[in-house]
Design a protein around this ligand. Structure first.
Ligand code: ATP
Ligand code: MG
Length: 258
C-alpha cells in the first residue's frame, strides 16, 4: 500500500527549457505533503515527474531519480503505464469521461487494466464511491452521465476513479481550485481520510488549505523569471507556517512576495 517516495537530483525540461532544477526530498507514506509556491515555479511539472506524466509532453525530459520504496521509476526496465497505475493523479479541473455513466467512469481504470472479475466490479465501484464520499449522492443514478454532476461531485467522481485502481500514491494538482467552499471542505475532509491508506501529494495556492490538510509543506520558488524552479525548503507544515527557516518562505506565506 502507501509508499515512500525518495526524490534525488531531479530536474525536468521542456525541450531546452529547464523548468525545475536539482530537487531532492522525501515524501512519507500515509501522509499529506503540500507543494506551495508562486505561479510558474514548476509545482505541476514536478508533480507530473512523480508518475512519469511529464514525459508525455513533447520535449518533456527528466534527469535524476524518483524512488518508490527503493525502486527507481525511471529505471530502463520500468513500464510508465504501470507507474501511472501505482501513482494516480487528480487534476485541477474535474475531468470525468463526458459520455460515460457515473458507474463507467469509476470502472474505467479497472476495465483498462483488465484486472477484475465482473462480479467484483460492482463492489469496487461502490467502495470507491464511498471512499470518495460520493456514494449517497449518486447511488440512485449510477447510469446517468458523470458530466451531469456538480463541479464538486465531479471532482469526487475523479477521486473515486483514481482510487478504484488502488494506487499507492495519489497526486492532486490544485484539486479544489475550481470548487465552491463547501465542495472544497468536502474534498479536504476526504483527503484527511484518504491519507490513512495512500501517500498524498497536493499542489495548492491556498495557504489555509495547505495548513489544514498537510503534514509537511514544500515551498518552491524561482530565483528569477526564466530560471528553473527550485525547492527552497520542506518541513513540518506547522513549522513552515509559524517559523520557516528561509526568508523567502516567510515572505511568500505572509503575502509579502514579489
Ligand atoms: N507544456 C509545456 N511546454 C513548455 N513549457 C511549459 C509547459 N508546461 C509548463 N511549462 C513551463 O514550465 C514552467 C513551470 O510550469 P508549471 O506549470 O510546472 O508551474 P506551476 O508552479 O504549476 O504554476 P501554476 O501555479 O501557475 O500552476 C513554466 O515556466 C512554464 O511556462
Ligand atoms: Mg500548476
Amino acid at each position: 500500500m502507501a509508499k515512500r517516495i525518495d526524490i534525488s537530483g531531479l530536474s525536468a525540461f521542456y525541450g531546452n527549457h529547464k523548468a525545475i532544477e536539482d530537487i531532492s526530498m522525501t515524501v512519507e507514506p500515509r501522509s499529506v505533503t503540500a507543494f506551495i509556491g508562486p505561479s510558474g515555479c514548476g509545482k505541476s511539472t514536478f508533480l507530473r515527474t512523480l508518475n512519469r506524466m511529464h514525459e508525455v509532453t513533447p520535449g518533456g525530459r527528466v534527469e535524476g531519480k524518483v524512488l518508490l520504496d527503493d525502486e527507481n521509476l525511471y529505471a530502463s526496465n520500468v513500464d510508465p503505464v504501470t507507474v501511472r497505475r501505482t501513482v494516480g493523479m487528480v487534476f485541477q479541473r474535474p475531468n470525468p469521461f463526458p459520455t460515460m455513466s457515473i458507474f463507467d467512469n469509476v470502472a474505467a481504470g479497472l476495465r483498462l487494466n483488465g484486472s477484475y472479475r465482473k462480479s467484483e466490479l460492482n463492489d469496487v465501484v461502490e467502495k470507491s464511491l464511498r471512499g470518495a464520499n460520493l456514494w449517497n449522492e449518486v447511488k440512485d443514478r449510477l447510469n446517468k452521465p458523470g458530466s451531469g454532476l456538480s463541479g464538486g461531485q465531479q471532482q469526487r467522481l475523479c477521486i473515486a476513479r483514481a482510487i478504484a485502481v488502488e494506487p499507492q500514491v495519489l497526486l492532486m494538482d490544485e484539486p479544489c481550485s475550481a470548487l465552491d467552499p463547501i465542495s472544497t471542505l468536502a474534498i479536504e475532509d476526504l483527503i484527511g481520510e484518504l491519507k490513512e491508506r495512500f501517500t498524498i501529494v497536493i499542489v495548492t495556492h491556498n495557504m489555509q488549505q495547505a495548513a489544514r490538510v498537510s503534514d509537511r509543506t514544500a515551498f518552491f520558488n524561482l530565483a528569477a523569471v526564466g530560471k528553473p524552479g527550485r525547492l527552497i525548503e520542506i518541513d513540518e507544515t506547522e513549522r513552515i507556517f509559524s517559523n520557516p527557516s528561509v526568508q523567502a518562505t516567510e515572505d511568500y506565506i505572509s503575502g509579502r512576495f514579489g
